[in-house]
Design a protein around this ligand. Sequence first.
Ligand code: PEP
Length: 256
Amino acid sequence: MNRKYRKTVIAGNWKMNILPSEVKPYAEILKAAAGRVKFCDVVICAPAVVIPAAVKAFKDTRISIGAQDVSEHDAGAYTGEVSAAQLKDAGAKYVIIGHSECREYHGETDRAVNGKVKVALETGLTPIVCVGETLWQHEAGASLDLVRAQVKSALYGIPAEKARKLILAYEPIWAIGTGMTATPAHAQEICSQMRAVLREMYGARIARAITIQYGGSMNPGNAAELLAQPDIDGGLIGGASLDAEKFLAIIQAANQ
Ligand code: PEP
């Protein structure tokens, strides 16, 4: 079973929600139950400007803070971008890379995703690398090929000792924010193929150690069954992470 080999990681993606002033009351709810969370790591990926408030609110807890995107450049004339070093200095430990919303709205390419993963790993941030197919690709039966190609290009040129530090997230685009959660069987099939790609690239020992999350309308009602799949080692949660009680219920499902 996965818990023998790798960490279960439950990560919330707040997207463009939650004001800095709203973090504290949210944190109080999670902190009150923190003692019950033993078997998984918990991460909250906040908007860049909210990171300092989140770091402060979760100080001295086992809950880590992440960002939602990062520049592939180290520093310089890149107006509006935020570097990995800046995120790290602000207290972030994780960063989501390749989220479908960044790919779609910011024109983020596979090549850019690869550059961001490299810069994050060099800086000591843990990348949560998102891959996933559109509804059209899903219906055309192209999910597996597409996801395999995305994993390969995201990790291109990344050596094994660095790759073992990252997290992959299978996020079918048709399931994000739609309420159309993937069936546990479908999510498991794709996640096991993602692990097969890791095996081809890095060998069985590294592939067995890398956490693979599922994301796409995960909620307190479906989390336990998804998280029970052998190749699903956690969740990336958007909508349900905005409500501290719902997020807590998912964390608790991962602790069963
Ligand atoms: C996400 O945005 O990464 C996500 C999984 O969103 P939701 O849980 O709302 O589908």
